[in-house]
Design a protein around this ligand. Structure first.
Ligand code: G6P
Ligand code: MN
Length: 449
């Protein structure tokens, strides 16, 4: 089994390789090809993987290349985890928005739109190459904004691209644990878009345990989302939102906290990682990772008074490599599994069309990911989901046409951007910050990437 990792010089690749090293079952991945546009980062991560593989006799073979077609040829699975523009790009996404007084964040609000506008053309190029060079490969997309990027790729690859995120599984695990249930026994009733979903129930042995949690003030206030959103608000909406909904429900507070912060998350990670890539080693990778996890969503927790993260959460945080591996296993070995994934809607949410990529529990087997039927979302959640999907569609349209006006429309329609004038200035700000957005000339057409 051959796995190709796009963004192979990325900081999280050792997590994926670590999960592969622990898999000794038949049908496991035996060859890994790392691809990256940055040869130096590729060399650094290659070296870390070599250290990881020491004393593991059946460690998957690793090779690295900067040639995309060469990386894709012969792949059974393509794992796409790229960061167009790098962490400097992320920091600029955050900074330009915050300077306008709106949320600057990796995937949500104006920052997420800018990131999407930069990433979609590259993701489409990759999808086209996969179709040409490795048409039978399954593509697992972790590239953010994951829902939008998966939808862009699915226009070329159909259901052979599946988007993943670790946040719904983390949420399900926390809710199960606080209820004293084994996460493996729980059916998590969760649906929405990526980073915009709600857990509406958690069924164990045929019984929904969520009402018990909502009714118990002490229990509800004892875990991450209870502290982040406040118990009253969780009871008001009768569901546990994805942590990224903090940016919607507490927009003012997070914008203020982010503006007052010394550095944005992207700037912090950029500093941290330039130190790591200057002298890469397994030990310094592990230290850097621990520090990164300890500071995850720190400003949101500060803004809400939620305090420190739980020790159990810190130990287990991330987990996207586990989702990726579980997905690969279910497809490659036809071992049926239920996973929360980003796939085409079909008829799951009535307010969206069939091709809209949503995040929903799916049954996975050798034929891919099949979304399960879920209860409809309440009106306020449907409103947010349709508003954000409309924004995503404008981003896809702008990436295709190169129209500046369409890009302005994408920003202006977002629920966290409160003025068309601001949207217009944001486009100017991002055009100044990112050479990768030069294709958005007034009414001009984008040259193919
Ligand atoms: C979670 C989300 C990812 C996101 C990451 C950001 O894992 O699911 O989509 O990229 O957090 O973490 P970072 O440490 O980069 O701020
Ligand atoms: Mn995610």
């Amino acid at each position: 089994m051959r796995l190709t990792i796009l963004g192979g010089g990325g900081f999280r690749v050792p997590l994926v390789y670590g999960a592969l090293l622990a898999d000794h079952a038949p049908g496991r991945v035996t060859e890994v090809t790392l691809h990256d546009v940055d040869a130096e980062r590729l060399r650094a991560i290659n070296g870390v993987l070599r250290e990881q593989a020491t004393d593991v006799p059946d460690a998957p073979a690793v090779r690295a290349t900067t040639d995309l077609d060469e990386a894709l040829r012969g792949a059974d699975f393509v794992f796409s985890a790229i960061r167009v523009g790098g962490l400097a790009g992320r920091a600029a996404d955050e900074q330009v928005a915050l300077a306008e007084g709106v949320l600057g964040q990796e995937t949500v609000g104006a920052g997420g739109i800018a990131y999407g506008l930069r990433t979609v053309p590259v993701a489409v190029h990759i999808a086209r190459r996969v179709k040409e060079v490795a048409p039978d490969a399954w593509v697992i997309n972790f590239t953010n904004p994951a829902g939008l990027v998966t939808e862009a790729m699915s226009r070329h690859l159909g259901d052979r691209v599946i988007g993943i995120c670790d946040s719904p599984v983390g949420l399900g695990r926390r809710v199960a644990r606080v209820l004293g249930a084994d996460p493996a026994d729980a059916w998590v009733d969760y649906v929405g878009l990526n980073h915009l979903g709600w857990l509406r129930g958690l069924r164990v042995h045929g019984r929904d345990e969520l009402p018990r949690l909502l009714a118990d003030e002490k229990l509800l206030g004892s875990f991450e989302e209870g502290r982040l959103f406040g118990t009253d608000w969780l009871r008001s909406i009768g569901a546990i939102p994805n942590e990224y909904l903090h940016y919607y429900y507490f927009n003012r507070e997070t914008v203020r906290a982010y503006r007052e912060a010394e550095r944005t998350r992207g700037a912090f990670l950029a500093d941290q990682q330039s130190a790591f890539y200057a002298a890469p080693s397994w030990a310094s990778w592990d230290r850097t990772r621990a520090e990164r996890e300890a500071t995850y969503m720190a400003h949101n927790r500060e803004a809400s008074g939620a305090g420190e993260r739980d020790a159990a959460d810190l130990e287990e945080s991330g987990g996207y490599e586990k989702v990726a591996l579980a997905l690969m296993r279910a497809i490659a070995r036809d071992e049926r599994a239920t996973l929360i994934l980003n796939v085409r809607n079909r008829r799951t949410l009535a307010a969206l069309d069939e091709d809209a990529v949503i995040e929903v529990p799916c049954l996975v087997d050798a034929n891919g990911a099949h979304p399960v039927a879920v209860d409809p979302l309440p009106l306020h959640a449907t409103g947010l989901v349709t508003a954000v999907k409309a924004v995503e569609r404008e981003v896809l349209a702008a990436a295709e046409s190169g129209s500046r006006a369409t890009a302005v429309k994408a920003f202006a329609l977002h629920p966290l951007v409160d003025s068309v004038t601001v949207a217009d200035r944001l486009v100017d700000g991002y055009l100044g910050a990112h050479s990768g957005l030069a294709y958005l000339s007034r009414g001009g057409r984008r040259k193919d990437v």
